[in-house]
Design a protein around this ligand. Structure first.
Ligand code: EZ4
Ligand code: CO
Length: 412
């Protein structure tokens, strides 16, 4: 499988930078001078993927034919014997994205053309609205609707808890979840009865105030048991959510059988998944409505396309994870897929710190809460300014951890 032609991979570099957030970006170069970019960012464990790429993957790629995307995927997945896992799959994802980028540039076409061509004119996105009070959260949603968004996720501070996941007041772009402390994880507190008492009141207040003319989402962030999640889903049925996200820790796929049996509130899960096997039971048993894998963490475009094709057979639509810790390169990969697949649902789009725009320029753009893409830019359409990246050296940060009020660890 060694390549001798113009498409041979001749250089492999990993760019690490922290322009407000940390990003790991793979750069592949070919003999004929094409450059492909891939996102390998694993929030809070970035350097593990850097080592995996530099120490173990780069030597395997040099001299290979960059056009053999599917075969290189299998080579990196089956080859090491040790399969799956977030570090391995983020590394494979970045290689796959970079190869698709090169393939598109070689063909002179945007990647979505190679995936079957444009299936829609724009992608619906959802941003994050939040507030310390119900009133503030409603005002935050109203501001997003004013900007043109057709879907909004809402979180609000749970009364009685010192901090709550997803609250980032005062940050208009909402690229939050950065712990305030840079050296050690922030510690948050959790109490299920307080949360379950509050969320139905919040959602009812939102619909009472703003009506039903937009898609409303909420993220449970893996905090509930299956029974609690089933109860919450039933309780929220009158508010007709677009989706209720990550109600339970998703490594237990069959938990969703219980939840789905009890509620018609649509369920979404998958942002921490890293392969089609994590989705298999959820999709084929129709236990979920939206699959939330990100192209960056689930094996790149090649593997994500297979997940979405499987999902389509069961009426499950896409809702790719799109936080600001998926880089603009990974976001572009999500977006190219979103333009091409029949079962696109929605794209999360949190936005990026201003400094990230000094490093990454994209051919997609956000217009009135929807993503548009330039037909004329080949590949993934993201350029990475390596000199600019050097101005933002790596800055280690951790995601928060979450403890119950008795001090025991809970899921964040
Ligand atoms: O906690 O991206 O739906 N979005 C989320 C995110 C995740 C972070 C983890 O890195 O749940 O905010
Ligand atoms: Co989430």
């Amino acid at each position: 499988m060694t390549g001798h032609g113009s498409r041979t991979i001749t250089d492999v570099d990993v760019v690490v930078c922290s322009p407000g957030r940390s990003y790991v970006t793979l750069r592949l170069g070919t003999a004929d001078g094409l450059v492909g970019w891939g996102d390998a960012t694993l929030n809070g464990r970035e350097l593990a993927v850097v080592a995996y790429l530099r120490d173990h993957v780069a030597p395997l790629l040099l001299g290979k034919d960059s056009s053999r995307i599917g075969d290189l995927w299998q080579y990196l997945y089956r080859g090491p014997y040790w399969r799956r896992g977030p570090v391995t799959m983020a590394a494979i994802s970045s290689v796959d994205q970079a190869l698709w980028d090169i393939q598109g540039k070689a063909a002179g076409m945007p990647v979505f053309q190679l995936l079957g061509g444009r299936a829609r004119e724009r992608l619906m996105t959802y941003p994050h609205a939040s507030g310390h009070t119900v009133e503030d959260a409603i005002a935050s949603i109203a501001a997003k609707l004013e900007e043109g968004y057709a879907a909004v996720r809402v979180q609000a501070s749970v009364p009685g808890l010192p901090s709550t996941y997803g609250i980032h007041v005062g940050d208009s772009r909402d690229h939050a979840y950065e712990p305030a402390h840079t050296d050690l994880p922030d510690e948050e507190a959790w109490n299920t009865p307080l949360y379950l008492d509050f969320v139905p009141k919040l959602m009812k207040a939102v619909r009472d105030e703003l009506g039903y003319g937009f898609n409303l989402l909420h993220d449970g962030h893996h905090r509930l048991t299956p029974t609690e999640a089933a109860w919450l889903g039933k309780e929220l049925e009158p508010q007709r959510l677009f989706w209720l996200e990550d109600v339970t820790p998703a490594e237990d796929q069959s938990a969703f059988s219980l939840i789905k049996a009890h509620t018609t509130t649509p369920l979404a899960v998958g942002e921490v998944f890293n392969s089609i096997w994590d989705c298999q039971q959820l999709v084929t048993n129709r236990w979920i409505d939206y699959i939330r894998c990100a192209t960056t963490h689930t094996g790149g475009i090649t593997h994500m396309k297979r997940i979405l094709d499987l999902a389509d057979l069961y009426g499950v639509r896409s809702g790719c994870h799109g936080p600001s810790d998926v880089s603009p390169v990974g976001m572009a990969a999500n977006i190219h897929l979103g333009f091409a697949v029949p079962n696109f649902g929605v794209q999360e789009f949190m936005g990026y710190p201003d400094a990230a725009a000094e490093v990454f320029t994209t051919s997609y753009r956000l217009v009135s809460g929807h993503l548009e893409i330039d037909d004329t830019v080949p590949g993934l359409g993201v350029e990475v300014d390596v000199e600019a990246a050097e101005r933002f050296p790596y800055d280690r940060k951790y995601l928060p951890v979450n403890r119950r009020l008795d001090g025991s660890m809970h899921d964040w």
